[in-house]
Ligand binder design. Structure first.
Ligand SMILES: CC(C)(COP(=O)(O)OP(=O)(O)OC[C@H]1O[C@@H](n2cnc3c(N)ncnc32)[C@H](O)[C@@H]1OP(=O)(O)O)[C@@H](O)C(=O)NCCC(=O)NCCS
Length: 193
């Protein structure tokens, strides 16, 4: 039976399996999906490499490739990931939805759920996002979840093995465990009143 470890109103999240390799490959090689993360021609990768990445993932929710499904239809709508918290307790989620499913609020719904899940890891102190400054949907999605801009930077993508890789000017957005708990507390108060 398929195990979903995270559910939202409309979405169900599970570990990717080898059978998802073709699907993930189609997302990673799509210029539409990858252009805002610095790969306007998609990644140069074959299905076998995607499959072996999935096999190496090890089965934890943090650090593994995850699949996003529409709960109503069971259809896959994208791939996501929750980074393993680093030595500073920073956890970085990532979302890649298929363009057929953009613009109906799935990204925002999932991003909020990923932040919440990230803080279930005892080592997570901060959730970080680094959206391309021109990726309006991603920036709005992250700010809409209460994340604050703390810096700007640029990923150079120099030496990338993927042809056509370009630099990514990005914001650095953070939300801390305390800020997230405070937001949850305020929402509870509003619901109760
Ligand atoms: C970035 C991404 C996850 C956003 O998901 P989505 O489901 O399309 O986003 P949502 O529908 O939840 O919209 C999020 C916000 O962006 C706005 N938005 C969505 N599409 C937009 C567009 N084309 N132009 C401007 N604003 C847009 C929405 O109105 C919403 O803002 P609001 O809450 O202030 O109204 C999705 O576009 C994607 O997977 N892109 C490819 C991969 C990528 O760039 N990932 C970013 C790294 S996390």
């Amino acid at each position: 039976m398929i195990q979903y470890f995270l559910m939202t109103d409309r979405l169900a999240i599970r570990q990717a399996t080898a059978e998802d390799a073709d699907y993930i490959h189609s997302l990673w090689t799509s210029p539409d999906v990858m252009k805002c993360v610095g790969y306007p021609r998609g990644l140069l990768i074959d299905v076998e490499e995607v499959q072996s990445q999935i096999e190496r993932d090890g089965g934890g929710e943090f650090g593994s490739r995850l699949i996003v499904e529409d709960r109503r239809t069971g259809e896959r709508i994208g791939q996501t990931k929750l980074g393993i918290p680093d030595e500073n307790g920073i956890c970085e989620p990532d979302i890649k939805l298929h363009p057929d499913h953009w613009g109906v609020g799935y990204g925002s719904e999932l991003w909020t759920a990923l932040i919440d899940y990230a803080f279930t890891h005892p080592e997570t102190q901060i959730v970080r996002g680094t959206p391309n400054r021109s990726n309006i949907a991603s920036v709005r999605m992250q700010r809409g979840a209460g994340m604050e801009t703390i810096a700007e930077g640029e990923f150079s993508n120099e030496g990338s093995p993927h042809p056509g890789a370009v630099p990514v000017p990005h914001y650095v957005l953070h939300i801390s465990r305390e800020q997230w708990m405070e937001k949850a507390r305020r929402m509870q108060e509003e619901t109760a009143s």
